[in-house]
Design a protein around this ligand. Structure first.
Ligand SMILES: Cc1cc2nc3c(=O)[nH]c(=O)nc-3n(C[C@H](O)[C@H](O)[C@H](O)COP(=O)(O)O)c2cc1C
Ligand code: SF4
Length: 469
């Protein structure tokens, strides 16, 4: 069994008292006796990288935010708990088991970057996790852990883009989740202190990233590096769904072969079946079944042209027609695109339509050519990574499983529908529950019978979002 328990506690921690009994609070205690620069130094030495998808070195991010702080307005720490990547359920699992360890990490981050406000950016639909975080914040405040730092929960919308860090700040500021051009370390959120002045930077970190921080500060960089690989120290909390015996979330050492991760968390493939391919969320090239010995680490997965992302492994066995997976991914990403960059939304919609028609065996060679053409332009002038995701995931399926698409083009394969690719609502009793409503979601983000024909950025910008503070 390869599962470990550094970040993901085996049993839920039910109170702050319970957390303290298990050595909780020692990281914050240590941080209070350190200069902010020294905290950042330890974090940088640990080699921790962001667990939200991009794998950016956390110490370097904290350094940049600290270096960009404004003299007269404190910065903000944002805990990214929006968790919308299809196939991912690790952040909610961490928060269900132990919200205190994330609060502790965020308090250390606030000290390191000189922030006086921590915002837990969650989704309104994550009702159970929202309650758990609110209760943890109350206990931490009652025990005096927050010491002048305000902690709040923001309940945002279900849109996938809400989790993109600059869109997250837009949303907290009372606007729609449309990514910005300005980076988050240059412009954070608007606070009462900054109503008429430039806003100070925001440090945006993923929930799992922050869940690692307290122990690194309490036990040191060498301890953190005692698990994992040189380039990917520590552990990864992975989610396994799709065609496996069960679905689940588990923590593994970085460098564990993907096959073991799928076996230990998901029980391996179903009886008599073999694994044909694995998606690493919808942000990286598809991993073929022949590459299951690849180590789950940043360098391991990038060496085969894929990526670790947020550790979301969606497994497809030999019963699956990979053209239906390409069509499902293309539809999810095209729907979720905001339309600020025309190629992303328009090529995305055309790509999704072409793939849906192709697998309905209506496309012929023309449909296949449209797919290739749209993939070549979709990421032009894109403001965020979503358009590139289309290129990477759909492009890699076209490249590796082109014969399965060609079978539809020549009408050798019968008509089929796109696989549902959507956010996870829950994993209960070993079974993942996907957001089935996504099948009805229109290009304009509505669930109306008909799409308005207007892209989200044009439709919503003038409207006041329900979450405006
Ligand atoms: C379309 C899109 C959706 C994203 N959704 C999430 C998300 O739900 N949760 C998350 O932590 N990061 C998400 N990210 C990544 C964030 O933009 C950002 O990189 C991350 O919060 C940084 O934290 P980290 O350095 O700790 O990983 C998303 C990125 C993109 C492009
Ligand atoms: S790349 Fe796509 S999702 Fe990202 S800002 Fe542009 S249109 Fe919106």
């Amino acid at each position: 069994m390869t599962l470990v328990h550094r970040v993901l506690y085996p049993q839920p921690i039910i109170s702050l008292e319970d957390f303290v009994k298990r050595r909780g609070g020692q990281g914050l205690q240590a941080a209070l006796g350190m200069e902010p620069a020294a905290i950042i130094e330890v974090l940088a030495a640990s080699g921790l990288r962001g667990r939200g998808g991009a794998g950016f070195p956390t110490g370097r991010k904290w350094q940049t935010v600290a270096a960009n702080r404004l003299p007269d307005a404190p910065s903000t720490v944002i805990v990214n708990a929006a968790e919308g990547e299809p196939g991912t359920f690790k952040d909610r699992t961490i928060l269900r088991r132990n919200p205190y360890v994330v609060v502790e990490g965020a308090l250390i981050a606030a000290r390191a970057v000189d922030a006086d406000l921590i915002v837990f950016a969650m989704k309104q639909s994550f009702a159970g996790e929202v309650d758990r975080v609110r209760a943890a914040i109350e206990e931490v405040e009652d025990e005096g852990w927050s010491d002048g730092i305000e902690l709040e929960v923001f309940e945002g919308p279900d849109e996938y883009l809400y989790g993109e860090e600059s869109a997250l700040l837009e949303t907290i500021d009372g606007r729609w989740p449309f990514p910005r051009i300005v980076p988050t370390f240059r412009r954070g959120i608007e606070t009462a202190a900054t109503a008429d002045a430039p806003s100070p930077p925001a440090l945006v970190n993923n929930t799992e990233t922050l869940a690692n921080v307290a122990r690194i500060i309490a036990r040191g960089a060498t301890w953190f590096r005692s698990l994992g690989t040189t380039e990917s120290p520590g552990t990864m909390v992975c989610t396994v769904t799709g065609h496996t015996q069960r679905h689940g979330v588990g923590e593994v050492q970085m460098g564990t072969p993907l096959r073991e991760v799928i076996e230990d968390i998901g029980g391996g493939s179903k009886p008599g079946r073999t694994i044909k391919a694995v998606l690493s969320g919808v942000a990286n090239s598809v991993i073929p079944g022949s590459m299951l010995d690849t180590p789950v680490s940043y360098e391991g997965l990038s060496a085969i042209g894929s990526g670790l992302g947020s550790g979301a492994f969606i497994v497809f066995d030999d019963t699956v027609d990979m053209a239906t997976v390409a069509a499902g991914v293309a539809r999810f990403l095209a729907v979720e695109s905001c339309g600020q960059c025309s190629p992303c939304k328009l090529d995305g919609m055309a790509l999704s339509d072409a793939l849906t028609n192709l697998i309905a065996s209506e496309g012929g060679d023309h449909g296949y050519n449209v797919v290739r053409r749209r993939l070549s332009t979709i990421a032009d002038r894109s403001r965020c990574f979503l358009a590139t995701q289309q290129q990477l995931v759909v492009g890699s399926i076209v490249e590796q499983f082109g014969d399965e698409l060609a079978a539809h083009a020549s009408r050798a394969a019968g008509p089929v529908e796109p696989v549902l690719i959507a956010e996870l609502l829950d994993i209960r009793g070993g079974e993942a529950y996907l957001d089935l409503r996504h099948r009805q979601k229109q290009w304009d983000w509505s669930y109306n019978k008909r799409d308005s024909g207007t892209v989200p950025v044009e439709l919503y910008t003038a409207l006041v979002p329900p979450w405006r503070r």
